[in-house]
Design a protein around this ligand. Structure first.
Ligand SMILES: [Zn+2]
Length: 382
């Protein structure tokens, strides 16, 4: 039919419909392919996990990855309190530090969550330390540590994870204390004390030489010295970042500080109160002066659970300062009722009313019980 507009022109003669053979398989494939692509875009919109990881998967990279920056990743860490994120953060660093030869990410997660079946892992002081957190939370904090250079993956060592010097320095700065564990290659407790002593020493030496402290010895080297504790000039010079010039300025003093700290720490260890690993995080927070409400929020556990752990701790450290958990005035009020003969948890609660919570009364009772039977043995009531 003639027309003024251009339509189309057949370049090959038209095939009669009776002889036409369509490749239905090809058409189906094409259709499905396009449909799948559309579906993937739709899924991306409703995706609740890391979006970056989703895109990587789309392009065939099936590695697990949490960017820590997309809306979903942010939402995931948002639902945890800042304290809780910090807690997971420290726990992961501490755990990885323990493994001198590195550790695979999978093992770290099963250790953190307390799901590993390995006997060796189950004996670790931090086994199950993050059991009250979701896997996705731990994973997301882990990736942030990785992305921010606190830990690194050693590709030549079967992709094991190690703590970087930056990570170790942050552990020390966070004033971490580990539980009793002889096999720990380095003890952040001693290291921390030593680190600050070395820092003080460096200030003095800097004044003496009228040089800025970093010229005497840079922070990362100071961290390494606190961690490796060289005992001789030779050992000192083996520490990465040191040199003869540095030794001549500060070396002898560093060695004598290291000697004094390590002797004292061995003595303290003998007298140390041994807190079981599952109670250690709570114990540490108590020592930092946190209330049981704060600890519950940090550990993502109920106040009841926390108060029961505090109850156990008070049986071990009978002289622990309880003021942050329960004020003197409130302690006195409960004590008053106790003296009237209301010695059971439930009776006390009924008598004291809404103003006092079960966790609080439980903590009072624990303190009372353990200090009463230990008068003269270091136990104290308040
Ligand atoms: Zn993400």
């Amino acid at each position: 039919m003639p027309s003024s507009k251009d339509t189309f022109r057949l370049l090959v003669p038209r095939i009669k419909s009776s002889k036409l053979q369509l490749n239905s398989k090809f058409i189906d494939q094409n259709y499905n392919n396009s449909f799948n692509k559309l579906k993937q875009i739709e899924n991306y919109v409703y995706h609740t996990d890391c979006r970056f990881e989703y895109i990587l998967k789309y392009f065939g990279d099936n590695k697990e990855f949490k960017c820590g920056k997309c809306d979903n990743c942010l939402k995931m860490s948002e639902s945890l309190s800042l304290d809780a994120v910090q807690f997971v953060n420290e726990s992961i660093l501490k755990a990885i530090c323990h493994f001198k030869d590195g550790v695979s990410p999978v093992h770290i997660f099963t250790i953190m969550m307390g799901t590993s079946k390995s006997d060796i892992y189950q004996k670790l002081p931090f086994f199950g330390i993050c059991a009250s957190f979701k896997y996705s939370h731990i994973k997301s904090v882990f990736n942030q540590l990785l992305n921010n250079g606190y830990i690194y993956e050693n590709k030549s060592k079967a992709k094991r994870i190690f703590v970087t010097n930056k990570g170790y320095a942050s552990l020390i700065e966070l004033r971490l204390i580990t539980g009793e564990d002889e096999s720990t290659p380095s003890d952040p407790d001693t290291d921390l004390e030593l680190y600050f002593k070395l820092k003080n020493l460096r200030e003095k030496i800097a004044l003496k030489f009228t040089q800025p402290p970093y010229l005497i010895c840079e922070d990362p080297v100071l961290v390494l010295l606190a961690r490796l504790k060289p005992k001789t000039r030779e050992e000192f010079l083996e520490v990465e970042g040191t040199n003869e010039r540095m030794f001549n300025k500060i070396g002898e003093d560093v060695l004598s500080v290291i000697n004094s700290v390590t002797i004292v720490s061995d003595e303290v260890k003998k007298k140390k109160i041994v807190i079981p690993s599952h109670l250690y995080p709570v114990y540490q927070m108590l020592k930092e002066g946190k209330t049981y409400k704060e600890i519950a929020s940090t550990k993502n556990q109920s106040e009841t659970t926390i108060s029961m752990q505090i109850e156990e701790i008070l049986g071990i450290d009978i002289a622990l300062d309880v003021e942050p958990i329960i004020t003197k005035e409130r302690f006195r009020q409960i004590y008053h009722r106790y003296k009237e003969g209301f010695v059971e948890l439930k009776d006390l609660k009924t008598k004291l009313g809404e103003n006092f919570s079960y966790p609080e009364i439980r903590i009072f009772l624990a303190r009372f019980k353990h200090s009463d039977s230990n008068v003269g043995k270091g136990g104290k009531l308040y």
